[in-house]
Design a protein around this ligand. Structure first.
Ligand SMILES: N[C@@H](CCC(=O)N[C@@H](CS)C(=O)NCC(=O)O)C(=O)O
Length: 204
């Protein structure tokens, strides 16, 4: 398996899952800033031009955070990344979808790439501001849903890897995380797998 990733991008959540699994995997670093994901060497493998991209051992390519997380969790059941029981599984999917589809794609994407949403350059600041509002609202709702729990839906699971990447973004922006997410983020940073990821991606 090989993960195509960009340091600090949402791929960091998949990187965490791979480290938690502990099976051998390769990493290929991609610079989004330099537009490497837009070049032939990348798009010939993933025409969506996005990380995370997982290249499996048979050469097939898997994209989209929820699909990659599901595939990894089901392929390595001993790692217990997929929650047990209908309620926990459903709640995990609810969190992952909210992180990816709303907080990331609607919120953070507006802040990170306003040009994709703004009809003209003059609208960029308004688009960024709206993105920040969506991002902040999302974190507030996730914070309330997490409450005082150690992890999202019981023991550590795929849902925590999704929470982790948006927590990472928020604290990287020097903005304080809401209290429950802040505690969750610290709990994540204490995990040896997460520490290996932070070191590998250049954040520790
Ligand atoms: N829906 C995708 C989103 C992936 C995504 O947007 N990744 C960002 C990095 S966090 C990216 O590759 N952006 C490059 C671009 O949009 O040009 C997923 O769940 O994996």
């Amino acid at each position: 398996m090989k993960l195509l990733y960009a340091p600090g991008a949402c791929s960091i959540g998949i990187h965490v899952l791979l480290e938690e699994i502990g099976a051998p995997f390769e990493l290929e670093r991609v610079s989004l800033r330099d537009g490497e994901h837009l070049k032939e060497g990348f798009t010939s493998r993933n025409p969506k031009a996005k990380v995370p991209t997982l290249i499996r051992d048979d050469g097939s390519v898997l994209t989209e955070f929820p699909a990659i997380a599901y595939y990894l969790a089901q392929s390595f059941p001993a790692a217990k990344l997929w929650p047990e029981g209908l309620e926990a599984q459903t709640r995990a999917l609810e969190i992952i979808d909210y992180v990816v589809a709303t907080i990331h794609m609607q919120g953070f994407s507006r802040m990170f790439a306003p040009g994709k949403f703004a009809p003209s350059a003059a609208d960029a600041e308004a688009v960024k501001k709206r993105g920040l509002e969506i991002f902040e609202t999302g974190l507030t709702l996730l914070d309330a849903a997490l409450g005082g729990k150690d992890y999202a839906v019981g023991p550590f699971s795929v849902a925590d890897a999704a929470l982790f990447y948006v927590e990472f973004w928020r604290q990287s922006g020097k903005l304080p995380l809401p209290a429950h997410l802040a505690a969750h983020y610290q709990r994540m940073l204490a995990r040896p797998a997460v520490q290996r990821v932070m070191k590998s991606e250049g954040f520790a």
